[in-house]
Design a protein around this ligand. Sequence first.
Ligand SMILES: Cc1cc2nc3c(=O)[nH]c(=O)nc-3n(C[C@H](O)[C@H](O)[C@H](O)COP(=O)(O)OP(=O)(O)OC[C@H]3O[C@@H](n4cnc5c(N)ncnc54)[C@H](O)[C@@H]3O)c2cc1C
Length: 516
Amino acid sequence: MTRITAGLAGAPTEVDLVVVGLGITGAGVALDAATRGLTVLAVDAHDLAFGTSRWSSKLVHGGLRYLAHGQLGVAHESAVERGILMQVTAPHLTHAMPYVVPFGTAIGRVAAWCTRSGIRAGDVLRRGARTDAETLPGPRRLSATETLHEAPPLRRQGLRGSIMSWDGQLEDDARLVVTVARTAASQGAHVRTRARVLTASGTRVELRDELTGETRTVTARAVVNATGVWAGDLDDAVRLRPSRGTHLVLREGAVPGLHVAVFCPVPGEFNRYVMVLPQPDGTLYVGLTDEPVTGPVPDVPEPTDAEVDFLLGVVSAAMAHPVDRSHVVGAFAGLRPLLDTTHHDADASTADLSRRHAVLTGPTGMVTVVGGKLTTYRRMAEDAVDAALAASGLAARACRTRSLPLLGAADREVLAALEEPARLVRRFGTDAALVLDRARSVTGLDDDELLAPVAEGVPVTLAELVFGVTDEGAHDVDDLLDRRTRVGLVPVDRAACVSAAQRALDLAGRSVTRHR
Ligand SMILES: Cc1cc2nc3c(=O)[nH]c(=O)nc-3n(C[C@H](O)[C@H](O)[C@H](O)COP(=O)(O)OP(=O)(O)OC[C@H]3O[C@@H](n4cnc5c(N)ncnc54)[C@H](O)[C@@H]3O)c2cc1C
């Protein structure tokens, strides 16, 4: 079953490449390197998707933001990677998300014109990236009446119309990470959680098994540091200026009848929006903020009261009925790993820091890859492995991840025809059958029990929790509730699911132990 396990027991002590960090970047590097024929050990101090990668807006962006800053090359790269994810590597984990930008009292006519032009330019990027209109339809202008038809909860007064367009949305960010890691493992990579790198150079890492406390050294021809906001801990020369982005979680009923995303203009600011993002599980996210952060990097960043008030204020200004704290069922914050290119100007806004990824080769030959985003992970991984090969002199095959579907991927028509429950298909694609088969054989339970929601109002099933343990390296209740599924984003739901997660660990754990 799984080649993703916790701790270092049985892990190799000599490999071609060690990857430190299993967020989207490190998982992508492990996959890239394994598919080039290298032997790979990929480790995380905590769990898959423990860091920033699980706190995103879950969008597959087409590069609009870069366009607004005149960075055409980066914008094109983003649009190309979005197309690859949606059409080739992960159609099962991505879908088209319609959104409207309402033109009401919060946005002037000039700003509305700029927004429309920007979104149209974004569509030119889409076509330039060869993403077809079936995958992502082009934008269109809507009258006030049409806007209210698409987004009924919007405030009528002062609404002049809107522009509607489409971008990519992920089923779930952590699920993308887990799937990339599982694909890397299926290509031969050794993937270990609870394995912290204490020190690293271009040819060796000192690791601590966080389960046993034992330390060991692993030698490698190349080492890639993909530890996101923690990258500076392993290489002093890497300087980051993290910025916190906060989201709120609302239940569907907080903004009733909203099925498209809404980008609410921030009153008094040019080209800044707060997004209301309907999620596949029925919740809505409201985000996001951009707050510079100083001091030690926490394991789990916390939203501030001021951020919560700001987000609620902007959304309430756009909606017919105010959204207040009583509607908020969860909140989460993530730190953007932005490379500090502005040491000379301590006051520079984090919004001005480069959002493009950077690949840096240190004096010992260790390669650090930081920045970027979920959308461009594949390209980041390709660049990082190229740099690691150049630094080490290792020979390997050319990158092939551009055309390599992740586990469970298939054409949208094939996915639509699958007979397994829709939730499993959305989260595992063609592997939905494997998830169910595994859960049946490991537990001996029938489908009614395996596919029933594990708690009232929570769509998670026992089948996927069991698969999390058998095939996705989940080691404890936190892994299952906070990363293999995302019940943890709503604390009251999480509390209701703890016993189900524990049951899955008991049922599947025995089987995993037997197979080791
Ligand atoms: C609020 C917010 C919203 C965003 N929204 C989007 C979006 O919608 N779409 C998009 O494309 N991008 C988005 N991004 C950007 C994207 O989420 C990040 O760029 C990306 O997740 C960074 O991934 P990473 O793998 O580099 O870092 P991380 O996910 O942080 O992974 C680093 C990993 O390294 C591990 N680690 C650290 N130190 C050690 C050590 N010493 N030994 C072993 N392991 C270690 C950590 O445990 C962690 O798991 C968003 C970012 C933020 C903050």
